[in-house]
Design a protein around this ligand. Sequence first.
Ligand code: ATP
Ligand code: MG
Length: 440
Amino acid sequence: MNAPWSPARGAQREAFIAFVCDDATGDMLRPIVAEFGWSVEKVNKGGVQNAVQTLSVSASPFVLFVDMSESTDPLNDINALAEVCEPGTVVIAAGHVNDVRLYRDLLTSGIQDYLLKPFSADQLRDAFGHAQMLLVGPRSADPAMARPHSLTAVIGMRGGVGASSIATSIAWLMAERQHRSTALLDLDLHFGTAALALDLEPGRGLTDAIDNPSRIDGLFVERAMVKATDMLSVLSAEASLNQPMITDGAAFFQLQEEVRAAFECTVVDLPRNMLVQHPHLMHEVNAVVVVTELTLAATRDMMRLLGWFKTNAPATKVILVGNKIPAPGGVEIARKDFESSIERKLDYVIGYDAKLALQAVRSCRTLADVGKGNRQFAALEELVQAILVLSDGEGDGAAPKAAGKAKHGAGPARGQAPSLMNRLNELKALLPGKTKVKVN
Ligand SMILES: Nc1ncnc2c1ncn2[C@@H]1O[C@H](COP(=O)(O)OP(=O)(O)OP(=O)(O)O)[C@@H](O)[C@H]1O
Ligand SMILES: [Mg+2]
């Protein structure tokens, strides 16, 4: 609004003031005003002209609700109001006139929203919520937000490989060690463990979003996300097992977009079947972390997945993490053979540590948190740094370190059964241009 801003007056600005024309509107406002932590005493009787009079001699609030029901020339009155409101005041108007042209003109004059009477409590809540968000933001004013958003998807190559443990750890490290506001999106709608692992109630946010994709906006995301720490928020679900979730994937994409606008980093725990179902989810992903075990099935699926990325998302950086890798000899497929089959190396290898995993579950902390200082889990910190360098766009230096340098890992197991090798070779033969795997 247009009145000159004075620092002295600014210091005395109220958070909220309302001017309402009738008792019914006042009664509707008060409980919601209280929900937002504003003073119900600031709901005054009187319309826009009272607002102009009052604010011409006192500081304007940060949020102003003004009832225009008694106004005979709404546009003129709003312009008069603009003259007495200082910059930064978010004005929400309400009235009986249902005229798109007036609505547009009012917006042009600087009001944030116009509620047509009678309006519902939810509409009012949404309008206040938007106003509050505008006041908190714009987040891009924060220099940290000048960095490009970092969107990481974590996919488990097989069930139970530890993908969710790694996704939660990555998100926690980004938030708590790298001090970036981070959203963890658990898209395993029925069986996700992100909230469980952090001892949170998942809430209904994610299921509501899928049921009503059109409702997803910044405010929705802000309300639906559950805070794990100041810097880490989680969106997950425990969707009913009695009802299949019907979605064309639009809700997921919309969610990713809104989360991107509100956080510096997003980590998506992405069940691998979602990739098949909703490949568009990969569009804006900076890095995909594929967590794998060293088994025949994982080798087959990794070959197929890498082929999929090559064809469908060639620009996406794919980072391979071996997890729960037992000591050399204890694996179904030796690491060397796994790597030779998939024709690339694992970028990071984390060993099997039942004690630490148990400690994480019992204390509702992430593996990265309880594994702090543990040599094996140091790979997670390196992984997060590599992801952030990638998304910050600092060039090729972002490439994760070569797998050969991994501090721990299952070395080549001696005496692998040739039949397994034969099966690997059979698998490779199905893919064009692959070389034969040597049997140890
Ligand atoms: N490095 C590790 N060492 C030992 N146990 C681990 C390790 N990483 C994860 N785990 C354990 O493995 C189990 C499965 O982990 P998690 O739920 O993260 O796997 P997932 O791949 O997400 O499974 P799902 O396919 O069900 O989604 C958990 O009990 C977890 O504590
Ligand atoms: Mg999981």
